[in-house]
Design a protein around this ligand. Structure first.
Ligand SMILES: Cc1cc2nc3c(=O)[nH]c(=O)nc-3n(C[C@H](O)[C@H](O)[C@H](O)COP(=O)(O)OP(=O)(O)OC[C@H]3O[C@@H](n4cnc5c(N)ncnc54)[C@H](O)[C@@H]3O)c2cc1C
Length: 179
């Protein structure tokens, strides 16, 4: 079993920043994500522009250069991809963390790949950086996972978090929430 100084669960900006700082401090970090690098940002509306200015989104002392005042989704994705490459981060993508066992100094992390293959990693420390935008509160209604993109629930896609408004036009829908 591979052993790391720290395992960061989640390859969003927080997990990447944690791993970069660990590496700069001489440690061996591993970053694990259940989907692609920066999976939450990847599923933002396609033409989204951040409300945050670039310097507040930067990690690892790398400048985020963007064409306008605020970065776009595409610019942010490219930036975090390049940051991970620049620091040579060890990544295990498309592996969902299923369990963390052990105690401070000796943890075992169990993951499952998209194909259902289980893997285990050891680490002295764990950083949980799973965010919240990528963990929707599911409605638990029949058909929630049906539709073209079966991997993501309808309750999430209809909010505009993923996909385009085109997906909803001409289809039956129910709007939940308070005005
Ligand atoms: C439309 C929209 C616009 C936004 N605009 C801004 C903005 O302008 N400025 C700003 O600061 N923030 C903005 N946010 C919030 C932004 O998404 C977060 O600030 C940022 O993504 C947080 O980074 P994070 O690394 O903490 O979490 P995330 O980016 O959510 O990363 C968490 C990662 O953990 C992974 N993960 C979850 N569970 C597991 C598991 N069991 N095993 C392995 N991996 C797992 C996920 O796949 C994901 O990649 C916006 C959000 C949305 C939806």
């Amino acid at each position: 079993m591979e052993t790391y100084d720290i395992i960061c669960i989640g390859a969003g900006p927080t997990g990447l920043a944690t791993a970069i700082e660990a590496k700069r401090a001489g440690m061996r970090p591993l970053v694990i994500d259940k989907a692609c690098l920066c999976n939450s940002i990847y599923h933002y509306p396609v033409n989204m522009v951040f409300f945050t200015t670039p310097e507040l989104l930067e990690i690892g002392d790398l400048p985020l250069v963007c064409a306008a005042e605020k970065p776009t989704r595409g610019e942010a994705l490219k930036y975090y991809r390049r940051a991970a490459e620049h620091y040579g981060l060890e990544l295990r993508l498309y592996e969902r963390v299923m369990r963390v066992e052990g105690q401070n100094g000796d943890f075992t992390v169990t993951t499952k790949t998209e194909k259902g293959i289980e893997a285990k990693y050891r680490a002295k420390k764990i950083a949980v950086a799973t965010g919240y935008y990528d963990l929707p509160n599911l409605l638990g209604v029949p058909g929630e996972f049906c539709g073209g993109n079966g991997a993501r629930p309808l309750s999430e896609r209809c909010t505009g978090y993923t996909g385009a408004p085109q997906q909803g036009l001409g289809r039956e829908r129910q709007v939940l929430g308070t005005p």
